[in-house]
Design a protein around this ligand. Structure first.
Ligand code: HEC
Ligand code: HEC
Length: 285
């Protein structure tokens, strides 16, 4: 005999779990959004700016992009989207009408995220307060305005699809790879680019010059061996170097939005992954 109470509770529990799987888990999604640093590019830098309402200027050699409003507002944001539209945007770099996104939106990294994580991210974005602030048009150089040219770029440099775990590496290193490549998009700054703005694969995370005289240093063991694990953890959680020096603005923002929000096991995984990279020589040129 099965007692009716517990059986019913079990039924509702399973129903609840099933619904959460179908609709996504917003709480998990909030964590994934931090791990992906979504807020940085989608929020103005001024005091009191509405999170995710867009307007952040992103300067690139091709012009200035503005992160759009991704709150659920029906007009100004993405309130009319379905999960399928969101998945297409992050997985394939395409708008609901099929046009291509510029890779200033790091979908070449986010395409590596799992279906479950995209679903949870979507569930989280749906919980944001809608903002009616219109997205700002990008200000791009003459040749770079055309979205159809991005099709060519994608054909050359973009491979969509989730990250496949490397069976030769530990679960910890694989988790770190996922955090660095699929969500944290560390390579967007720490990998040098060719003249078409695509990351150079053979210099992955070996450091790159960014605009305005900043450089993102080499993250392979050649350089990072100078820090112990504890020191690296301090850098990534407090933004302070062992000698008390402060990280520059660009990386400080990554620490604030992303690496300081990671759970201790995820931070360990990220560090284990960096330690496991093939050591590449040199500093950004
Ligand atoms: C490095 C900056 C950057 C980061 C980080 C970033 N985005 Fe974006 N995002 C952009 C830019 C720029 C665009 C506009 C691209 C275009 O117009 O082609 C965009 C577009 C989008 C769009 C399409 C909006 C629309 O109206 O069509 C969505 C959805 C989106 N981002 C979600 C996310 C999520 C979720 C994350 C975190 C996982 C994220 N973004 C992280 C820069 C960024
Ligand atoms: C938006 C660009 C950007 C992104 C994304 C980014 N970084 Fe950085 N990072 C920088 C810059 C610029 C510096 C140099 C800061 C300085 O010297 O003050 C830096 C410095 C660092 C340092 C200090 C290294 C040293 O020896 O000085 C570490 C460690 C680091 N980043 C790790 C990461 C990891 C891990 C990720 C991905 C989760 C990441 N970064 C993503 C731009 C970025």
């Amino acid at each position: 005999m099965i007692a009716k109470g517990p059986a019913l509770a079990g039924f509702f529990f399973l129903l609840g779990a099933g619904l959460a799987a179908a609709q996504g888990d917003a709480k998990r999604g909030e964590y994934l959004a931090a791990a992906g640093g979504c807020i940085g590019c989608h929020t103005e830098t001024r005091q009191g700016a509405t999170p995710y309402a867009g307007g952040r200027a992103l300067k690139t050699p091709f012009g200035t992009f503005y992160g759009p409003n991704i709150t659920p507002d029906l007009q100004a944001g993405i309130g009319r989207w379905l999960l399928a539209d969101f998945t297409r945007a992050l997985r394939e770099g395409r708008r609901p009408d099929g046009a291509h996104y510029f890779p200033a939106f790091p979908y070449p990294s986010f395409t590596r995220a799992s279906d479950a994580d995209l679903r949870d991210l979507w569930a989280y974005l749906r919980t944001l307060k809608p903002s009616a602030q219109p997205s700002r048009p990008h200000e791009l150089g003459f040749f770079f305005r055309w979205r159809f040219l991005v099709a060519l770029w994608k054909w050359l440099f973009f491979t969509p699809g989730p990250l496949q775990p490397d069976p030769g590496k530990s679960a910890l290193v694989n988790r770190g790879a996922y955090l660095a490549q699929a969500l944290g998009h560390c390579g967007e700054c720490h990998t040098p680019r060719n003249w078409l703005g695509a990351p150079k694969k053979n210099r992955y995370l070996a450091g790159a010059k960014l605009d305005e005289g900043t450089a993102a240093p080499n993250l392979t063991p050649t350089r990072l061996k100078r820090y112990g694990d504890g020191e690296l953890k301090d850098i990534l959680t407090s933004g302070l170097f062992p000698d008390g020096d402060v990280l520059g603005d660009t990386m400080s923002e990554v620490v604030r939005n992303t690496t300081s929000k990671l759970t201790p096991p995820d931070l360990d995984a990220l560090i284990a992954y960096l330690r496991n990279l093939p050591p590449l020589p040199g500093e950004p040129k």
